[in-house]
Design a protein around this ligand. Structure first.
Ligand code: CMP
Length: 139
């Protein structure tokens, strides 16, 4: 089984969508291998989104991602990274396919409910920041 990382963003947590999002993930066949809730520090958020540093949406993204609690998960499935990105849908909720998590729970491009890792290297990087480990010790 492959592993990937998913983060539920502050607006989805405050809207009470954690349970709905977890149900979508379990219905899609993902097993939860680790789960933690925390408010990210500015330093953690900057490392998490290092690839976007300097872009025009970066500073508002930092403000948003540190604005409240988030939920991070390691998820297991066959071909987990690609499967999760299909389940999550397009970055812009308005473009996301019907039934995807972002179509159901996203509000705007920034408040798009969840983040999903896009490569094995990013799973390791993002899980390391979130859990303080690459997740191999979890569960
Ligand atoms: P995510 O998958 O978490 O990766 C980076 C995030 O930056 C992305 O989802 C969006 O929430 C946000 N983002 C990307 N492009 C824009 C944009 N043009 N305006 C605002 N936010 C953006």
């Amino acid at each position: 089984m492959d592993r990937t990382f998913l983060l539920i963003k502050p607006s989805a947590v405050s809207a009470g969508n954690v349970g709905g999002i977890i149900s979508c993930l379990e219905d899609a066949g993902f097993a939860i291998a680790a789960l933690t809730m925390k408010t990210m520090s500015r330093e953690e958020a900057a490392r998490f989104y290092d690839v976007h540093a300097g872009k025009e949406f970066y500073e508002p993204l930092m403000d948003y991602m540190t604005s409240g609690p988030t939920v991070g998960m390691l998820l297991e499935a066959e071909d987990a990274i690609a499967a999760l990105r299909r389940t999550v849908g397009a970055t812009d909720p308005a473009q996301a396919a019907e039934g995807t998590i972002r179509a159901r729970y996203g509000r705007t491009v920034r408040q798009n409910a969840v983040h999903a890792s896009d490569s094995p290297e990013r799973v390791e990087h993002e899980a390391d920041i979130y859990f303080g480990t690459d997740g191999t010790e979890a569960a």
